[in-house]
Design a protein around this ligand. Structure first.
Ligand code: NAI
Length: 326
């Protein structure tokens, strides 16, 4: 039998984790032959609720769940972690400005980045889900100078999955046949879902849809505003679909995408005019625990303007937290 992998998850008492933890323990993230030890972090007042979630995990009798650690100390929760999914973040409360939100989360992700730096496995794979996800991932990366920067990623997978689902519905084709779809940039309404290279069964998606107005005026805004639409409908932000995207992201990163393009928020290597280290959604292929940004794609004028707009937002967020990074 395989040795268990240690999966640290923050925000364990929250709504995303109420789906995510059960799927990890069920083997959906790391494989049906991979035992896992969950190392759960939340803030002190939330620990009783985390205990309740752990009681339910026990009651599932998952064969792959080899242990559970609960803590309010990141130095404990990240100890020897092979995977860290950072879901917990400070939600925006009434009267809180964007700047205050950035600041509050900056404080969380500097501490967590340092704890990963000091205690996690040197190969730890970090996925930041908590918003603003790209900038939080950037802060954690910059706070962990002893870990390879490519170990830090932000979640754009929900946006990618939303885009894929919209295309499947529009074309009437199966969602898993979609290849070479990309979502560029920030996990925010400025993101740019790009269908220009996408194919189904080798056929161009843009050619199949053959309606540029739909792509620009319906598809792009629908994907960008999907999070808000879920809140409007449900009264709560997306949770099960966010958990599912986190499962997909880590699953593909570790087990490989078999040549398929998926989208991850990763530190830029300077390609496509995106400044190095900017945590930006790129098309990647994944294999054996590494991801490779798809290179050499042509960027037309429309795409350039969309990619620059989402970059500008990220640069602004970065400027807002620069003082926290010393
Ligand atoms: P939630 O409010 O239900 O749960 C958040 C949990 O994080 C709470 O249990 C809270 O106590 C905990 N927490 C707060 N500060 C913490 C800290 N310093 N350390 C550890 N835990 C801490 O929120 P939900 O719905 O689970 O969402 C979590 C985050 O994920 C939010 O920031 C949300 O905006 C974001 N999100 C990101 C998506 C993406 O695609 N990147 C999609 C959906 C949500």
């Amino acid at each position: 039998a395989k040795a268990p992998m240690r999966v640290a998850v923050t925000g364990a008492a929250g709504q995303i984790c109420y789906s995510l933890l059960f799927r990890i323990a069920n083997g959906d993230m790391l494989g049906k032959d991979q035992p896992v030890i969950l190392q759960l972090l939340d803030i002190t007042p939330a620990l009783p609720a985390v205990n309740g979630v752990v009681m339910e995990l026990e009651d599932c009798a998952f064969p792959l769940l080899a242990g559970v650690v609960i803590s309010d100390d990141p130095n404990v929760a990240f100890k020897d972690a092979d995977v860290a999914v950072l879901v917990g973040a400070r939600p925006r409360s009434k009267g809180m400005e964007r700047k205050d939100l950035l600041e509050a989360n900056g404080a969380i992700f500097t501490v967590q980045g340092k704890a990963l730096n000091d205690h996690a496995s040197r190969n730890v794979k970090v996925l930041v889900v908590g918003n603003p996800a790209n900038t939080n991932a950037y802060i954690a990366m910059k706070s962990a100078p002893d870990l390879p920067r490519e170990n830090f990623t932000a979640m754009l997978r929900l946006d990618y999955n939303r885009a894929a689902s919209q295309i499947a519905a529009k074309t009437g084709k199966a969602v898993d046949g979609i290849e070479k779809l990309t979502v560029w940039g920030n996990h925010s309404p400025t993101m740019y879902p790009d269908t220009r290279f996408a194919t189904i069964g080798g056929e161009s998606v843009d050619g199949m849809i053959n309606d540029q107005a739909w792509t620009r005026d319906t598809f792009i805004p629908t994907v960008g505003k999907r999070g808000a639409a879920i809140i409007e409908a449900r009264g709560l932000s997306s949770a099960a679909s966010a958990a599912n995207a986190a499962i997909d992201h880590i699953h593909d990163w570790i087990l490989g995408s078999n040549g398929k393009w998926v989208t991850m928020g990763v530190p830029s290597n300077g390609d496509y005019g995106i400044p190095a280290d900017t945590m930006y959604g790129f098309p990647v292929t994944t294999e054996n625990g590494t991801y490779t940004i798809v290179e050499g794609l042509e960027i037309d004028e429309f795409s350039r303007s969309k990619m620059d707009a989402t970059l500008a937002e990220l640069e602004e967020e970065k400027a807002g937290i620069a003082h926290l990074l010393g």
